[in-house]
Design a protein around this ligand. Sequence first.
Ligand SMILES: [Zn+2]
Ligand SMILES: [Zn+2]
Length: 151
Amino acid sequence: MNSDTKTLSAELSKRNIRPSYQRIKVLDYLIKNQFHPTADQIFTGLQSEIPTLSKSTIYNTLNTFIEAGLVKTLNIEDNETRYDIIIDTHGHFKCEECGTIFNFNINIDSLTTEGLTGFKAIDKNIYFKGICPKCLLNINQDENERKENVL
Ligand SMILES: [Zn+2]
Ligand SMILES: [Zn+2]
C-alpha cells in the first residue's frame, strides 16, 4: 500500500470509513511501522505529531479498521494485543530476546492437518518463538567474550 495521504484517504473511503486526519495518521503509522505495534506504541508514536490525540481515539480507530478488514489483531501474548497491517495469511516469529515479531511467508493451505476432518477453520495462525539472528549473534559474542575472560 502506498502511503501518501491521497492513497490512504482513498483506501479508507473505499471501505466506507470517513477519512479523518487521525484515521489517516493511524493507517500511515501501521504501514510505516510493520513491527506489529500495540495501541500504546501507536499512541506514543503519533502523540508528538497530533497533540490532541487520545488513547480512546486510537482504540476506536483500530476497531473501525478491524471491522473493515484493514487490520488484524495478533495475540501472541495473552496480555497484549498487537496490530498487523498485513492481512494476508503469514507466519509470525517472536524473538524472546528482543521481543520483535517478524513476519514470514508460509503456504498455510499446504500444511497437513490430521484429526480435523469436518471442521471449518475460521482463522489459521502460525506462531514460532525463538531467537532472531541479530540476538543470536549477540549471545554468541557474549559467550566468546566470557571465554576470553576465563583464559
Ligand atoms: Zn531478537
Ligand atoms: Zn504479521
